[in-house]
Design a protein. Structure first.
Length: 278
């Protein structure tokens, strides 16, 4: 599908970080948007900016971890914009701390926002998409979901779940004109959670060189237009490493040690900000 102009999309996590770049890129393609997150003023700012692309954009603030809000949210989105063709599950939170120090609430919150919410939004939209026989779900996962990440164990688990949710759904949707894609960025510079991490703990080990928010946003468009199942945004040294991990899962510990991720994760945990956990 080369032209997505005029389609209607829901974008979660649209108030800051990668979401703002994804909103801009979708709007440039002529996609109408429902923007959601909790911060109303920030969402309005994004909406005002993207309206210049001659599209329709609506703001519906929601704390999506209150999962009772999901069905009413979908109803309001469709009332305001019309039938939804594209869902971009981008909202996410990460908390960096040794596993034994995670509160049960923080574990629950991360799994809910990063995994349960994308699954519930998809579940809510799928009947309409199937009836119209068109739709694309794009899930923003992470390389943490491919290879794990120390001190971010619930985050990595939620992102691994999102990858397998996407692949299972994709197989299930075979024979329809609906599709699902998952994007796995590594560290992303300039904006978003890694940029804030970098401010607190310095840059990640050189070998894990960050990508840019624009590449992730362009990835969303590529996934929809080219119907890509899984997009790794930072290809080297990741792709060869994943191939090795498939046949030798135990090698992950050695690779993380060699890449310096364990030491970096410790530094991030020690410098974490309480404000970011809210
Ligand atoms: N940045 C990276 O380096 C990186 C790397 C790999 C993967 N990712 C993934 O990319 C996605 C975007 O990350 P980011 O870096 O842009 O993160 P971010 O800057 O922290 O933005 C997160 C977004 O999620 C929203 N959000 C947080 N809690 C919410 C809640 N309870 N209900 C509704 N919305 C909520 C935030 O808005 P409000 O606070 O206004 O609610 C914000 O719009 C995430 O899924 C992340 O895991 C990022």
């Amino acid at each position: 599908m080369n032209n997505i102009s005029g389609q209607n999309a829901i974008l979660t996590g649209a108030s800051k970080g990668l979401g703002v770049h994804i909103a801009r890129t979708l709007a440039k393609e002529g996609v109408n948007l429902v923007l959601t997150a909790r911060s109303v003023d920030a969402l309005e700012k994004v909406r005002n900016e993207i309206l210049s692309y001659n599209i329709k954009a609506e703001v519906i603030p929601a704390d999506l971890t209150d999962t009772d809000q999901i069905q009413p949210f979908i109803k309001e989105a469709e009332q305001k914009l019309g039938p939804i063709d594209i869902l971009v599950n981008n909202a996410g939170i990460e908390i960096s701390t040794p596993y034994e120090e995670f509160s049960p609430d923080d574990i629950q919150k991360m799994i809910t926002l990063n995994l349960t919410v994308p699954m519930l939004l998809t579940r809510g939209l799928l009947p309409g998409m199937l009836e119209r026989n068109r739709g694309h779900i794009v899930n923003i996962s992470s390389l943490a979901g491919k290879t794990g990440f120390p001190n971010e164990t619930p985050y990595a688990a939620s992102k691994a779940g999102l990858i397998m949710f996407t692949h299972s759904l994709r197989v299930e949707l075979t024979g329809t004109k609906l599709n699902a894609s998952v994007i796995c960025p590594g560290f992303v510079s300039d904006d978003g959670m890694y940029a804030r991490m970098e401010e607190r703990a310095g840059p990640a080990p050189k070998i894990l060189k960050p990508t840019t928010p624009e590449k992730v946003a362009n990835g969303v468009i590529r996934c929809i237009k080219k119907n890509i199942s899984e997009l790794i945004i930072n290809p080297l040294p990741m792709k060869p490493m994943f191939m090795l991990q498939e046949v030798m899962p135990g090698i992950k510990t050695t690779l993380h040690k060699a890449f310096g991720t364990r030491e970096y994760a410790k530094k991030v945990s020690q410098n974490r900000s309480k404000k970011e956990l809210q």
